[in-house]
Write a protein that binds this ligand. Structure first.
Ligand SMILES: Cc1cc2nc3c(=O)[nH]c(=O)nc-3n(C[C@H](O)[C@H](O)[C@H](O)COP(=O)(O)O)c2cc1C
Length: 458
C-alpha cells in the first residue's frame, strides 16, 4: 500500500499569527536551540520524513508597531546553521531549509547543502525560493525585487549550476590510497565551465559528492512559471489549496508538466500544506481556534493582509470593505495569495476585519479530534490530492505532540504511514531515486557506444 509522507513546517510557537501570545507556547523559542532539538526529536519519534525551516533573509524595518505584535522572521536562526546543529541531535528525519536564489551565489549554496548532506549522512533538503520580499532585496544591494519572471530565470540557471557543482566529483573520486600516494583520482574530478545570463562559474566544488548524490530539491512555486520550474527541477513541492479538488488539480497539473522535461511523475512528491489544530472534540477545536483568532490585533490583521495584497492598508477602518481603488493592478510577490485576497474582496465583499479573520494564506486550518484529522488526511491522500502533507501546528509544541501521540498511530494502524524508518536517507524515506553523477552516466554511454562500434567493425 502506498504510504503518505509527513513533513513539519516549524514555526517556533506555532503557525497561528497570535500563537506567541498563547500561554501554552514558549515566547523565546525561535532562538532556543534546545527547543528546536526537542521538536526535531519529537517529529522523529513520530517517524516524520522531514523537519523543515522556512526563511526570508530580512527583518522588517517599517510599520514596526504592527510587526512588534507579530514577530514572524524578526528574530530567527539562519536555516542551514540551525539544521547543522540539529544533525547530531537526530538520526533519521530529513532536515530541510530555505535558501533564496535571488540573494546567493550558486557555489555557496552547493557547498553548504553538500556539507549538510554529509553532516546528516544523507538527510539534507534545499527549498529553492525566489523570495517575495523587498526588505530582503534591500539587504542585498537592490532597491526592490527583480520582476517575477526574471527571478525565475535566475533560479533556473542557479539550480542548474548547483546541481552541476554537486557532480564535480565521481562518487568514488576520493581513493585516499596511501600506497600510490593519491588522495583522490585526478581523472574523477569534473571541472564546471558555465557561462550564463546570471552566473559565470569555472571551477570545482571542494567537497566530495554527498551521500544522496544531490540533496533533495524542494519548491513551492504556485504561479505558472513556478509550476514549470518545479516540474523541471523539484522533487518535493509544497502546495497550498484549501480544497481537496483544488489540491488534486494542482497535483495533476504539476505532474502532467513533468513529461516535457523527461521526468516520471514518481520523481516528485506533492505535500499539501495543512495547519492543524487537535482537541478533544470538534467543538473544543473550534472554540480554541476562535479564541486564537480573537488574539489577532487589528494592526496585525491589516498588516498581514496588506503584505500579501502588496499595499498599505494601515489607514483603513476595519469594519468596512477594502475599496476597489486600493487593489493593486498586478502582483510581483506571491501571486496566489494576492489573487485569493482579491477574490475575497470582490466576491465575498467582507469587511477588512472579516477578511483578516478568515484569510489563512491559501491554507485552511484542519480542526477537530485526532480521528477527524486522520480521516481528512486519509481522504486527501487516497483521493489523489497529494503524496503527503506539510503540516503546520497552530500551537507548538502541543500541536506536534498531540499529532505524534494521537494521529500518527491511527495513520499507522490504517497502513497509511510507516511504523519505522526503513532507509537511511531522506531520499529513501520519500521513495526518491539517488541521482547518478552525470559524468559517470556520460562515460558509461560513451563506453557502450565504443563497444557497439567495435562489435560492428568485427
Ligand atoms: C509550505 C510553503 C513554504 C514556503 N516557504 C517559503 C520560504 O521559506 N521562503 C520564501 O521566500 N517563500 C516560501 N514560500 C513561497 C513560495 O516559495 C512561492 O514564492 C509561493 O508559493 C508563490 O509562488 P510563485 O512565486 O510561483 O508565485 C513557501 C510556500 C509554501 C506553500
Amino acid at each position: 500500500m502506498k504510504q503518505m509522507a509527513l513533513s513539519i513546517l516549524v514555526n517556533p510557537t506555532g503557525s497561528h499569527a497570535a500563537s506567541w501570545l498563547h500561554p501554552g507556547t514558549q515566547a523565546d523559542a525561535s532562538t532556543d536551540i534546545g527547543y528546536y532539538r526537542r521538536m526535531a526529536q519529537l517529529a522523529e519519534r513520530g517517524k516524520f520524513d522531514l523537519f523543515f525551516i522556512a526563511d526570508t533573509p530580512a527583518a522588517r524595518t517599517t510599520n514596526l508597531e504592527a510587526w512588534s505584535r507579530f514577530p514572524m522572521f524578526m528574530n530567527v536562526f539562519e536555516p542551514i546553521t540551525l539544521l547543522a546543529a540539529l544533525a547530531g541531535a537526530t538520526r533519521h528525519i530529513g532536515l530541510g531549509g530555505t535558501a533564496s536564489t535571488s540573494f546567493h551565489e550558486p557555489y555557496n549554496i552547493a557547498r553548504q547543502f553538500a556539507s549538510l548532506d554529509h553532516l546528516t549522512h544523507g538527510r539534507a533538503a534545499w527549498n529553492v525560493v525566489t523570495s517575495a520580499n523587498d526588505f530582503a532585496a534591500r539587504n542585498f544591494g537592490l532597491d526592490k525585487l527583480p520582476p517575477h519572471a526574471l527571478r525565475y530565470d535566475r533560479a533556473r540557471e542557479f539550480v542548474g549550476v548547483v546541481q552541476a557543482l554537486w557532480d564535480t566529483w565521481d562518487d568514488d573520486a576520493f581513493v585516499e590510497d596511501r600506497v600510490s600516494g593519491h588522495y583522490f583520482d585526478p581523472a574523477r574530478q569534473h571541472t564546471l565551465h558555465h557561462e550564463g545570463k546570471f552566473f559565470r562559474v569555472h571551477g570545482a566544488l571542494n567537497v566530495a559528492r554527498s551521500p544522496q548524490g544531490h540533496p533533495v530539491i524542494i519548491q513551492a512555486g504556485a504561479s505558472d512559471t513556478g509550476k514549470d520550474f518545479a516540474a523541471e527541477t523539484a522533487e518535493v513541492v509544497f502546495s497550498s489549496d484549501s480544497t481537496l479538488e483544488g489540491s488534486k488539480r494542482f497535483h495533476d497539473d504539476l505532474k502532467s508538466r513533468m513529461a516535457k522535461f523527461g521526468r516520471a511523475p514518481e520523481a516528485l512528491k506533492v505535500l499539501a500544506g495543512k495547519p492543524i489544530l487537535i482537541a478533544e472534540s470538534a467543538q473544543q477545536a473550534e472554540d480554541q481556534y476562535q479564541a486564537l483568532q480573537e488574539l489577532i490585533h487589528p494592526d496585525v490583521g491589516r498588516m498581514r493582509l496588506g503584505t500579501d495584497l502588496e499595499t498599505d492598508l494601515s489607514d483603513l477602518p476595519v469594519d468596512e470593505p477594502i475599496p476597489e481603488g486600493r487593489i493593486p493592478k498586478t502582483s510581483n510577490q506571491h501571486k496566489m495569495y494576492f489573487d485569493h485576497i482579491v477574490h475575497m474582496i470582490r466576491v465575498e465583499k467582507l469587511t477588512l476585519q472579516q477578511l483578516y479573520m478568515r484569510y489563512e494564506r491559501g491554507n485552511k486550518t484542519l480542526k477537530g479530534t485526532a480521528l477527524q484529522v486522520a480521516d481528512q488526511l486519509e481522504e486527501w491522500f487516497t483521493g489523489g490530492a497529494c503524496d503527503g502533507f506539510m503540516l503546520m501546528f497552530n500551537l507548538m509544541p502541543t500541536g506536534l505532540a498531540d499529532f505524534v501521540e494521537k494521529v500518527v498511530p491511527i495513520l499507522q494502524h490504517r497502513g497509511l504511514f510507516r511504523q519505522e524508518y526503513s532507509g537511511a536517507t531522506l531520499r529513501d524515506h520519500l521513495g526518491l531515486a539517488r541521482p547518478a553523477n552525470r559524468h559517470a552516466v556520460a562515460a558509461k554511454a560513451a563506453a557502450a557506444r565504443a563497444a557497439a562500434a567495435r562489435a560492428a567493425a568485427e
